[in-house]
Design a protein around this ligand. Structure first.
Ligand code: B12
Ligand code: SF4
Length: 490
């Protein structure tokens, strides 16, 4: 079959800092191609809707698969699926990815027949089986598949995550992918899943707290095949198993692969496995994202982060000593008042690290969707992007955004201070010489995007598509497996 795989547009608030290749979609595309289909990818982070319409006319696909990792993209994907049905009425339209896995039936109903099937869970096994089942006239018999007429058996996981390499050769305009100063940057996955269970996060519920590793040989071979010099390691928590990180490092050393890396990890993992991070530093690890989430014990306990503030601060020290540039995430509560924002500004300006803020958001797949979503102020998908407040704010909403934006711009200015600016201009100069303009463009875009009036105004837009209302109940040992996509109980 001719199959077109589509990634929706980037969300404005993340596009400032990064735009990454659609790795999940590339993996599914790789599996579909291995099954003998002719596959193309169109990434709307770097192409427009009119490009998609042109591609639909030219390629005339028999199946179109949309990636829906993000709730905020649901309205766009439903509208696009209607457009596909107008232009290619006989094609199969299917959707898969992280967020849609938790609300499959609801999205199918909202799309009103323009989405034929939702694939829940990992797509590598399910998508080729769906295409075969569609040809046989019984799509709902494929594992993980849900249609308006029923659903198939439980979703199946890949046994080895390195079984199907991502089809990177199918993404066009790869020079548009970047993360901060790593411009251009590719992405890679060395492990999949997370064994922790933070109450605001859905990474663990999606994979049922499982954790799989790519073989060190396959991981190094994939790394060596990447053309870009910058690489973002997408793992939720890098180097949980130090022997695995070491084995990949050994393979990279043997192959003399040297790149510049950006990864994400936890404070306790960095403290426990410091040597492996040092070894990767020598291989080109420069940037690290650390989900600190809260500065105090109370906040960390509330999020069930299972680290202490001391571990967080110690990890920062270790990262500084290793010579890593660290970006920290802190979670903002809508209950913060002006004094709390001021405390965070004071702390954030006293440390050299980049500080990023996200707003606590109950969304389907998280534990707090069931326990703390009783007072949602909106069900507009577009506001569920962890940059908007979807529960009541202590400050009037426009003042909350004013504080949030003031804090974000203080943090941004910090990195455009005198010393930082000279370093930044050196990097911009180096990138411009190579024709890469993503990073300077994002610097100038900051004020346009982070704007309190605008964020407040986004709550006033007419709403066409809403999330399902939350199913409120206590979550405990007895029923938490019901939240899982893979490995659900019953
Ligand atoms: C890397 C990553 C990113 C990258 C995205 C790169 C890209 N262009 O796709 C960046 C850094 C840009 C990013 C940004 C954001 N992210 Co993010 N991100 C992740 C992360 C850590 C890994 C995703 C990944 O690449 N995994 C590896 C690949 C192989 O897996 P995958 O993409 O899930 O794909 C598999 C399946 O989902 C499925 N699948 C995927 N697509 C398709 C398509 C079809 C047709 C089918 C059949 C199957 C299928 O099959 C794939 C293979 O098994 C996840 C956490 C997680 N563990 O999933 C969070 C996660 C997806 N992100 C999240 C969030 C909140 C965000 C932001 C909104 C944060 C912010 N405010 O900036 C932004 C918004 C992004 C946007 N739309 O612009 C949340 C999702 C919340 C939600 N329900 O909407 C997650 C789950 C993190 C979390 N802890 O809760 N993110
Ligand atoms: S926040 Fe990080 S450590 Fe916690 S469950 Fe999610 S991925 Fe795992």
């Amino acid at each position: 079959m001719r199959v077109l795989m589509v990634h929706p547009s980037a969300l404005m608030y993340s596009e400032i800092f990064l735009r990454l290749e659609p790795l999940g979609l590339e993996r599914v595309a790789g599996a579909v191609r291995q099954a003998g289909h002719e596959v193309r990818i169109m990434d709307l982070q770097v192409f427009g809707h009119e490009d998609l319409a042109r591609e639909l006319r030219r390629f005339d696909p028999e199946a179109v698969g949309f990636g829906l990792n993000y709730l905020a993209n649901v309205p766009e994907v439903i509208d696009l699926s209607r457009r596909v049905k107008e232009l290619c009425p006989s094609s199969l339209v299917f959707v898969g990815g992280h967020s849609v896995s938790f609300i499959a039936e609801h999205v199918l109903a909202q799309a009103d027949g323009s989405i034929d099937a939702v694939v829940r869970g990992e797509g590598e096994v399910a998508a080729p089986l769906l295409l075969a089942a569609w040809r046989d006239g019984a799509p709902e018999e494929a594992p993980g598949v849900v249609t308006l007429h029923g659903h198939g058996p439980a979703p199946r996981m890949l046994e080895r995550i390195d079984e199907v390499p991502p089809a990177r050769d199918l993404t066009r305009r790869r020079g548009r992918y970047f993360i901060g100063v790593l411009d251009p940057a590719a992405s890679i996955e060395l492990t999949r899943g997370c064994p922790w269970d933070c109450h605001f996060c859905s990474a663990w519920t999606f994979y049922g707290r499982s954790y799989r590793k790519a073989s060190p040989e396959a991981a190094a071979a994939e790394m060596a095949s990447i053309r870009e010099q910058g690489v973002f390691i997408v793992d939720d928590v890098a180097f949980i198993r130090p022997e695995h990180g070491d084995a990949i490092a050994a393979e990279l050393e043997r192959r003399k692969v040297r790149k510049e890396y950006y990864l994400e990890t936890r404070a306790d993992v960095l403290l426990r496995n410091r040597e492996v991070f040092e070894r990767w530093r020598r291989l080109g690890l420069n940037y690290m994202f650390l989900g600190m989430e809260a500065l105090d014990q109370e906040g960390l306990e509330l999020f069930r982060k299972r680290v202490s503030p001391n571990q967080n601060f110690e990890a920062l020290e270790v990262a500084r000593r290793i010579g890593l540039t660290v970006a920290i995430n802190l979670i903002v509560s809508p209950q913060w008042d002006a004094a709390q924002f001021e405390r965070v500004r004071a702390w954030a300006t006293s440390v050299p690290e980049i500080v990023n803020l996200t707003v606590i958001t109950p969304y389907p797949g998280t534990e707090i969707w069931h326990t703390d979503a009783g007072d949602l102020t909106t069900l507009d998908y577009r506001l569920f992007d962890i940059q908007h407040a979807v529960t009541p704010t202590r400050l009037p909403l426009h003042e909350f955004y004013a504080e949030l934006v003031r804090t974000q711009s203080v943090l941004n200015r910090k990195h455009l201070g005198v010393r930082a600016v000279s370093k930044t201009f050196r990097i911009i100069g180096r990138n411009l010489l190579r024709g890469q303009t993503n990073f300077p463009r994002m610097l100038w875009k900051f004020n346009q995007v982070y704007n309190a009036e605008r964020q407040y105004g986004e709550h006033q837009r007419p709403v066409r598509y809403e999330l399902p209302p939350p199913d409120l109940h206590a979550v405990d040992r007895g029923n938490r497996r019901d939240l899982y996509i893979h490995g659900r109980s019953g």
